[in-house]
Ligand binder design. Structure first.
Ligand SMILES: Cc1cc2nc3c(=O)[nH]c(=O)nc-3n(C[C@H](O)[C@H](O)[C@H](O)COP(=O)(O)OP(=O)(O)OC[C@H]3O[C@@H](n4cnc5c(N)ncnc54)[C@H](O)[C@@H]3O)c2cc1C
Length: 392
């Protein structure tokens, strides 16, 4: 008999949701939840929002794990053998399992330009990173953010609301325009501009300059931006180190290849969250998303399946982002490709939904202040039929 019923690797969003779901669905076998973070599972999105703004304590970010789950923090799973169903932990323990769940998340992409090793240059993935940015920001006036997507925009909003002057450097035309297009991007650009945030669009990071500590960000286009602090938010890569060494099939895009039921190429081994590249029944294609609620939903789904439910994973990815207290965006989709945008509500009033249609079919939606519209978008995505625009 195996030492544990379920070994969950990674105590983040997906892993902790899986542990909860196992118990909620009546699974009574031993469960080990192993995570290399120093904290117990916490709500990662707060790292760029209220936690960064010191509006909540560390403990308030914690998610809680059922008492009957054997939570091992500061513990990495070093090796996993899917055939022998055994694993080696950094604590030296070796254990056998019936099922394993890889919820290993993602690692931030790093910039490799001159001056990258100067002090004052930060990345953001953990509470510890958020602590370091907050501490360093105490004496900083001018902050430069590298990136134009949600991490850079959220951090810029949070630090601006704390009195810093923020400038973003981005490859795209404007903030948040890469994933949501020019119409939505234009709205968010207005929100950021109204609060004093600047940006350098269509330009790339060239190098950092400074003596020991960063003082200037130089773009490839030749702009020189004074900086007391830099935060880089240029995306993440799925953490597939363990999966690769375990011989699991990996997708070209880098995630762990999973079936519609989120099972990897090894029977009894599942994957959830940022590292999971799954066959989506809703989208009819392989999909990997980096959204909090989605990682939680996948973890919960795997827990239910191990406890006995047999259904494919059919959630539509949901994303949200807060720009300080100024605006909250919510989206379903993800809207990756579209040829038409249908706007409802009013961008001028800051309450609107943009439906993204691709070949007449619903590809996703983004909203500010009209959350109910997302349900309509979900229904139409599932239906997969040509959309009657007068009905949305
Ligand atoms: C600052 C920030 C803000 C965000 N804001 C939003 C937001 O507003 N909305 C949204 O939808 N999404 C947001 N996200 C994205 C969201 O947090 C992620 O999509 C989500 O955390 C993914 O969950 P996960 O379980 O896949 O990975 P994670 O939550 O990253 O957890 C993976 C865990 O696995 C651990 N691990 C990896 N390998 C091993 C190993 N071998 N052994 C043991 N442990 C291991 C890691 O240390 C990590 O703790 C944000 C992300 C960040 C960083």
């Amino acid at each position: 008999m195996a030492d544990v019923g379920v070994l969950i690797v990674g105590a983040g969003g997906g892993g902790s949701a899986c542990a909860e779901s196992l118990r909620e669905h009546g699974y009574s076998g031993p469960v080990v939840l192993a995570g290399r973070d120093v904290d117990p599972p916490y709500e990662r999105p707060f790292c760029s929002k209220d936690y960064l703004r010191a509006r909540m304590s560390r403990e308030e970010t914690y998610l809680g794990v059922p008492d009957s789950v054997d939570l091992r923090i500061r513990t990495s799973v070093m090796k996993l053998d899917p055939e022998a169903k055994s694993a080696k932990l950094s604590s030296g323990d070796e254990l056998t399992f019936e099922h394993a769940v890889l919820a290993t998340g993602a690692n931030v992409k790093r910039v490799r330009v001159g001056g990258s090793d100067l002090d004052g240059i930060h990345y953001l993935r953990t509470l510890g990173n958020s602590d370091a940015i907050r501490a360093d920001a105490a004496d900083a006036e001018r902050v430069v953010l590298i990136g134009g997507s949600y991490i850079a925009c959220e951090v810029a909003a949070s630090l601006t609301s704390e009195g810093k002057h923020c400038t973003l450097v981005m490859l795209e035309d404007g903030p948040l325009s890469l994933h949501f297009g020019a119409t939505a991007g234009g709205f968010f650009a207005g929100v950021l501009r109204d609060h004093g945030i600047d940006w350098v669009p269509n330009d790339a990071l060239g190098r950092f300059e400074g003596e020991g500590r960063v003082r200037t960000v130089v773009t490839e286009g030749g702009r020189e931006l004074p900086a007391d602090l830099v935060v880089v938010g240029i995306g993440v890569s799925p953490d597939v180190m363990l999966a690769r060494s375990a011989g699991l099939e990996l997708a070209d895009a880098g995630g762990i290849v999973c079936s519609q039921a989120l099972e990897t190429s090894a029977p009894g081994v599942y994957a959830a969250g940022d590292a999971c590249d799954y066959d989506s029944v809703v989208h009819g294609r392989r999909l990997r998303v980096e959204h909090w609620e989605h990682a939680r939903a996948q973890g919960a789904h795997i827990g239910a399946q191990i406890a006995g439910e047999q259904t494919p994973f059919a959630e539509i990815p949901y994303f949200w982002s807060d720009l300080a207290d100024w605006a909250t965006l919510e989206s379903v989709g993800p809207p990756e490709r579209w040829d038409r945008e249908v706007v409802r509500g009013s961008l001028d009033d800051g309450e609107f939904t943009i439906y993204y249609l691709d070949g007449g079919r619903m590809a996703g939606a983004i909203t500010v202040g009209r959350s109910d519209d997302l349900e309509r978008a979900r229904e139409l995505m599932v239906a997969g039929e040509p959309v009657d625009e007068s009905a949305i």
